[in-house]
Design a binder for this molecule. Structure first.
Ligand SMILES: [Zn+2]
Length: 235
């Protein structure tokens, strides 16, 4: 669909929350994203108007996700992109949510390395490799276990090299100096690039900004841009 057509379809519903991911999907920039169908309270936009617009744009909403109609399932991505021998599946989710594959894969591989470093130095209940961890099967126990395990990993995270944190700091510094453009905020809110100057990541952030500038009113664009800058909005 042409940007002008998307603009016309989106105009009556531009006040809804996360209108940006609707636009990214409609223009093929980011074909799948987290999404909750939600109209702004007190606004004139009705749920029915949102449904009509999404159908016109060829998008589907399912399980709190919005995507192009023929987007494969998470399970399809899992079959294709799971990395053997690592304990992380973030790259599957990253690819499913249509971020650059280089960034998704590096995040998973480095995450696995960090997790292993933490466990080696600071075993969790005596366990020092992810493969030997036993997760309870009972739902309630599982939740409690997960909270406890996450707290353990968070507690020791700063004691080992964490590529995601150090890359984030580098990217922020480069943005401050003007080496990286401010629209990086559209992605950095939720995703870490494989390297601070990843071309595909930067190009995607550019496209996102351009998509929103073309398809939204200046006022709504500014509102969303500031939300991502300040961190009150995220993908
Ligand atoms: Zn990358």
């Amino acid at each position: 669909m042409l940007p002008e057509e998307v603009r016309r379809v989106v105009a009556p519903i531009e006040d809804i929350l996360k209108i940006e991911v609707v636009i990214y999907a409609a223009l093929g920039t980011k074909r799948c994203s987290d999404f909750i169908k939600n109209k702004k309270s007190g606004g004139a936009t009705s749920g029915e108007m949102v449904n009509v617009a999404l159908t016109t744009l060829g998008l589907k909403v399912q399980n709190l996700r919005i995507s192009v109609r023929n987007w494969p399932s998470y399970e399809d991505f899992e079959k294709k992109f799971s990395i053997p021998g690592i304990c992380r599946s973030d790259n599957v989710m990253g690819r499913f949510l249509d971020i650059p594959s280089c960034c998704a894969d590096r995040f998973a591989i480095e995450g696995d390395r960090t997790d292993r470093d933490i466990l080696r130095r600071y075993p969790y209940q005596g366990i020092d490799t992810p493969e030997t961890i036993k997760v309870p099967s009972d739902t309630k126990e599982k939740l409690e276990w997960f909270q406890d395990f996450s707290a353990h990993m968070r507690l020791y995270r700063s004691h080992v090299f964490d590529y995601s944190q150090s890359t984030k700091v580098t990217v922020r510094n480069l943005m401050r100096r003007g080496t990286l453009p401010p629209e990086i905020c559209f992605l950095l809110c939720s995703y870490i690039p494989c390297t601070a100057l990843c071309k595909r990541y930067i190009a995607m952030a550019h496209r996102m900004r351009n998509n929103l500038k073309i398809c939204l009113s200046a006022k709504r664009y500014q509102e969303i841009y500031e939300g991502y800058q300040k961190g009150s909005l995220s993908l």
